[in-house]
Ligand binder design. Sequence first.
Ligand code: SF4
Length: 280
Amino acid sequence: EGIYDLLAARGVSRRDFLKYCGSVAALLGLSEMYAPQIAAAVAAGAKLKPTVWLDMGLCTGCTESTAQAGNPNVADIVLDLLSINYMETIMAAAGAQAEAAKTKTIEDGGYILIVEGSVMTGEGGNTLRIAGKTGLEVLKEAAMKADAIVCVGSCAVDGGWVRGNPNPAGGKGVIDVAQELGFGDKPIINLPTCPVNPEWIVAVVVDVLMLNKLPDMDDKHRPKLIFGSTIHDNCPRRGHFENGEFVEQFGTEAEVKQWWLYKLGCKGPQTFTHRREEHP
Ligand code: SF4
């Protein structure tokens, strides 16, 4: 099926799709005039891209978040362009069948590897074992022949809460072990937050797989266009900040007027990411 068949089957009009592509363009830092090109790239990319989605030490919240993507269902469709040959949590196959699907994808090469969860290095890597192998072995095997590695969620990026002191599982981010495991030369794209925003995965999929380029990244391997500014930079309450208008206490008129919340705990000035409303 082509992309427009998939759209029609889900009740999404071309107009909605183009509008969504305009939002993806904005997320990629392009003018909305690029929407038709992005739509064309997505349509042309409608051949399925093999994907292996590895679960390390995690709560599966990122899987859940991704499974719930939809705006309006277009994110689903773009994500459908990935042929997720192995994804423990939601795949129908189990056991030897599931492992065979993964092994075949890895042997064929040319796939994208998505990693969710913290890399557990404790007890010589034995804190996590999958199909008779340590989590470290599973990660190494899948990473070596991947075209690109996308780390989704804070756990995969830097160990997340699994890494919390005293960290008995030896939780680490994928990038922390990449050199040691021999895949330090692979393109690694980090999408932190807990859980990951599936629309960012869509933007990366469009950027890397369909427009055939890596996003411009910061020193933490995060796409700059998503993580290059603070929430405070584009906050709708910013004008109140400029005027020195703060909410000092909940339940006051200042709160009703939506003045600035910094004194009540807002972390917008320290938080580098897009505001939700800016997402496609
Ligand atoms: Fe769960 Fe958050 Fe880790 Fe994702 S980043 S696996 S949601 S704890």
